[in-house]
Design a protein around this ligand. Sequence first.
Ligand SMILES: [Zn+2]
Ligand SMILES: [Zn+2]
Length: 243
Amino acid sequence: MWLIILFFIAHWYLSVFAQSFFLHRYAAHGMFRMSRFWFRFFYLFTWISQGSSFLNPRAYAILHMEHHKHSDTEHDPHSPHFFEDVISMMLNTKRVYQDILAGKYDNRPDIAIKDYPSWPMVDRIGDSWATRIGFAILYTGFYLTFAPHPAWFALLPVHFLMGPVHGAFVNWCGHKYGYANFDNGDHSRNTFVWDLFFVGECFQNNHHRYPRRANFAKRWFEIDVTYPVIKALDLVGIIKLKT
Ligand SMILES: [Zn+2]
Ligand SMILES: [Zn+2]
């Protein structure tokens, strides 16, 4: 039983850390730089930890910057204030993401595609159905080997869809519930205790106010658990913070 719990927690946190650290703060916002070696290391780390729900970093970055540009307006890919429920919001997010992947945003004058990092070979492998199904088989094999009771299999869909599960919570709750430190002209909110499951991503209100600031916490009682990791990586020279 403990192996299953450990596996679930490890997959949850590695995946959400990859999303927050690499996809969000690096690929979308460019908050820090890294060498070619570490770029490849963290690209592979993101692919492996997201596994069956790997998100193309460049497509994620463009999608996310559309969210910042149009936060909580009808052009926002995932504002909870324009959708009946979280499923329809995530289906629209997927539609915009697929359009970006299909190249429909490539010639937009307001988007500089080349500014967003890409490793086409890993994108191709990570985005193929064979790879996604391969990861799903690995997760299932782990549960078949170590789960003491079939009820544990109910957790498998979360493993299969780990990235979208995180996205659904952050996008829906981060613009609907909690408190605001700043008036950003949108519905972005902060939630503190809840955020411990999302490594900084639920400080949406602070982040929309200071989108290039690597620390998503602002007030004395707020803690962005990804930020100390970023500071440590900066200190040892693996990344170079821009601010
Ligand atoms: Zn937001
Ligand atoms: Zn952002």
